[in-house]
Write a protein that binds this ligand. Structure first.
Ligand code: UDP
Ligand code: MG
Length: 323
C-alpha cells in the first residue's frame, strides 16, 4: 500500500487542449494531499503534443526542486511520459499507461477536457471506501446527436450480449483499484475495451454521474470507421452471442425453408406448377444474400481477432519513457 494515485491520460494530437488541462489537473491533484503520479501516453501524435508534455514536465521538475525540502510529499509526485512508437489507439495507450502505473488507485482521463479533472477526488474517495472499479455516467452529454443515440444503442446491446451492467461504456473517466490493474496487466489481449474488461473482474464496482463538456479544442479522434471498429472490439472481446445468433438464425431459416419446400411440393401435386412472383423471389434472394454476407463478416471479425492473438505481435511499442 503506497496510498498513491496514478492518473493515466492518453493523448493523440491534443496540442489545443493540453495547456488548459495542465492548468486544471495539477491543482486538483495537489489538493488531494497524497502522493500522485501523472502518466501521459503520447499515442503517436503528429502535432506539438509531445513537445508540450516534455516542456510541462521540465517546468514542473524546475518548480519542485527549490522548495523540495519544505514540501514533504513533493518528491513522491512524478510526471511520466510514455512516447508510443505509433498510433495504437486509445485503449492500447491506456494499457501502456497501466503497465507503468504504480499507484494504489489509478484514474483514467481523456486529454480533451471532456472529462473534468475536478471529478478525480470523488473517484479516488470511492476507491478508498472499498470499490474496486468506479465507473462513470456522463450526464448532459456534450457530443453530437448521432454519437449520443449510437452510444445508447451500444450500451443497451452490449449489456444484453455480455451480461455486464454498465450504463455508459464510452466514458473513460474511471477509477480502478490496484488489484484490478494487476489483473488487467496480466490479460494480454491484442484488442480490448478497458471499461468492460475491468467490469468483468470487479467484485464491488460502482457508478457515479459525472459532468461532461464539449471538447476544449481540436476535433474528435474517432471517425465513423474507427467507432465501428472499436465497437467490434467491445462486442467480440466480451461475447460469443453474435456467433450463436448466426447459428440460430441459420437453423431458423433452414427450418422455414424446409416447410416452404414441402408446401411447394404439395401445392404442385394438387394445383400444378406456378411461375409468378419472380421478382419477389429475387428480393428474397437479395435479402438472404445480404444476411449471409453480414453473418460471414461477423464470423470474420472473430477470426481476425483470433489471428491477431495467435500472431502475438506486441500490442503497442513504447519508443521512450520519460520518467
Ligand atoms: N486517443 C488516443 N489515441 C487514439 C484516439 C484517441 O490516445 O487513437 C485519446 C485522445 O487524445 C483523447 C481520448 O483518447 O484523450 C479520447 O479521444 P476523443 O476525445 O477523440 O474521443 P471522443 O471523446 O470523441 O469519443
Ligand atoms: Mg473526447
Amino acid at each position: 500500500m503506497n496510498n498513491k494515485v496514478s492518473v493515466v491520460i492518453p493523448a493523440y494530437n491534443e496540442e489545443e487542449t493540453l495547456g488548459v488541462l495542465f492548468g486544471r489537473l495539477f491543482p486538483v491533484l495537489d489538493s488531494l494531499g497524497r502522493p500522485y503520479e501523472v502518466i501521459f501516453v503520447n499515442d503517436g501524435s503528429r502535432d506539438a503534443s509531445l513537445a508540450m508534455l516534455l516542456a510541462e514536465k521540465a517546468r514542473r521538475a524546475g518548480l519542485g526542486q527549490p522548495q523540495g525540502a519544505s514540501q514533504p510529499q513533493e518528491g513522491d509526485n512524478s510526471f511520466k511520459i510514455l512516447d508510443l512508437g505509433g498510433n495504437f489507439g486509445q485503449h492500447m495507450a491506456i494499457m501502456a499507461g497501466f503497465q507503468h502505473a504504480t499507484g494504489d488507485a489509478v484514474v483514467t482521463l481523456d486529454a480533451d477536457l471532456q472529462n473534468p479533472p475536478e471529478e478525480i477526488p470523488r473517484i479516488v474517495k470511492l476507491i478508498d471506501e472499498g470499490h474496486d472499479v468506479v465507473g462513470t455516467i456522463r450526464v448532459d452529454r456534450r457530443d453530437s446527436l448521432f454519437r449520443k443515440v449510437a452510444s445508447r444503442a451500444v450500451n443497451r446491446i452490449t449489456n444484453r450480449i455480455t451480461g455486464l451492467a454498465l450504463h455508459d461504456y464510452g466514458c473513460m473517466l474511471r477509477g480502478y483499484r490496484r488489484d484490478i490493474i494487476d489483473i488487467i496487466n496480466e490479460a494480454g489481449e491484442a484488442a480490448t475495451f478497458i471499461p468492460a474488461l475491468a467490469q468483468k473482474f470487479a467484485s464491488n464496482p460502482t457508478e457515479i454521474a459525472v459532468a461532461h463538456s464539449e471538447r476544449g479544442g481540436g476535433t474528435s479522434k474517432y471517425g465513423l470507421l474507427r467507432l465501428i471498429r472499436l465497437n467490434f472490439d467491445l462486442m467480440t472481446g466480451f461475447s460469443l452471442a453474435p456467433l450463436q445468433a448466426v447459428t440460430m438464425a441459420g437453423l431458423l431459416i433452414s427450418a422455414l425453408s424446409f416447410l416452404f419446400a414441402a408446401f411447394m411440393l404439395v401445392r404442385r401435386l394438387l394445383v400444378g406448377p406456378e411461375a409468378e412472383g419472380v421478382f419477389t423471389l429475387l428480393a428474397l434472394l437479395f435479402l438472404l444474400t445480404g444476411v449471409t454476407i453480414l453473418c460471414v463478416g461477423i464470423e470474420g471479425e472473430y477470426v481476425g481477432r483470433i489471428y491477431q492473438e495467435v500472431r502475438k505481435r506486441p500490442r503497442y511499442v513504447v519508443r521512450k519513457v520519460y520518467e
